[in-house]
Design a protein around this ligand. Sequence first.
Ligand code: HEC
Length: 360
Amino acid sequence: MKSLPLATSLLLLAVPLCAQDKAKAKADKIDFKTSVLPILEKNCFECHRTAYTAKDGKVVRPKKNVVFDSKDGMLQSWKGKLVIANKPDDSEMIKAVSLPADDDDRMPPKKKGDPLPKDKIEVLQKWIEQGADFGDWKAAPPVEGSKPAKPGDGKGKGGDGKKGGDQNSGGEAMAELQALGEALSPLGSEVLLQAAHGKARIEPFADGSALLRVSFPGHEDEVADTDVDALLPLREHVVSLDLGRTRVSDSCCAVIAKMPKLARLDLRETTVGDAGVQQLAACRELRSLNLFATKIGDAGMAALRTLPKLQHVYVWQTGVGAEAVVALRTALPDLQVSFAIDLPDPSADGGQGRKRRGKK
Ligand code: HEC
């Protein structure tokens, strides 16, 4: 499962365009902010926003945990299948809007009215076909008159209004990450091949960058701690590591802790817990950490306080308690913690049990 970006783009060129596409095919690259975002804003945001606290203090959650108002949400919610770069036909976002008008699963839902017009669907398709580039867009602004949802807070006191600062930081963030690789020389293909262990997909983080992005698509079930050990020769180069849904355990974190440039780490749905997470405190460049449905608890959360660059932590469906989240957010005020998206409304009666799950 090596990625072949060149082959992929050649393939796309070879796909014949439909007649009505021809005129548009000449048009330039689809720009996310000016062409795609308005469609999503108008037709999808209403029901698919990141959980937030409304004016009346109620926490409003995205339907089916499908999130369209942030880049992370679009890439990570719905098991990361909403938008699959270069593959519009595999992307659930496209599937959902392309269903027949009378199909119950069609988006926007029947009761909301007509399907998206064809030309709008084509814009979405084309954007994905071209690689689903978000430009510098990262997170949607907070909902008007309300504040981002804060865990354990159904009373509307949450949020600090700083979330809006994320809006334009995407491009800067990307440049910042690329700068991490400036002094590095690219690794040879033999080193990469060996490290891949026949399972990893190892790609340059960006064109011409010596930094690497590592994932294991299609091999999740076979990937264990030894496969992470194999990445050790790349330790200086790995900036993004996706181990989501693999069989890795706490012990892989000892190797990960030796990756000084690591900025994005995905450990979702693994058995990694506090002992592993505590070691990650060595990853000083870590910005995004996905611990969705892992074994992390309050002790692991506390260890994250020392990570100066941390911007986003995902701890849905974990044993982390609301108090630990609030404590971490107090220590790192700019940190976004995605915590409640999968939990019942903490202000509802049923919420109390879940909210306190982290407490023994
Ligand atoms: C009026 C509210 C509403 C709007 C607007 C809306 N959705 Fe949904 N969406 C839902 C609900 C409710 C579900 C869960 C449906 C279910 O459980 O079958 C859902 C589910 C989904 C799913 C998951 C797949 C599935 O079948 O469950 C996707 C993908 C999705 N929506 C995409 C979109 C897109 C893209 C738009 C905008 C074009 C959109 N939605 C607009 C309410 C909405």
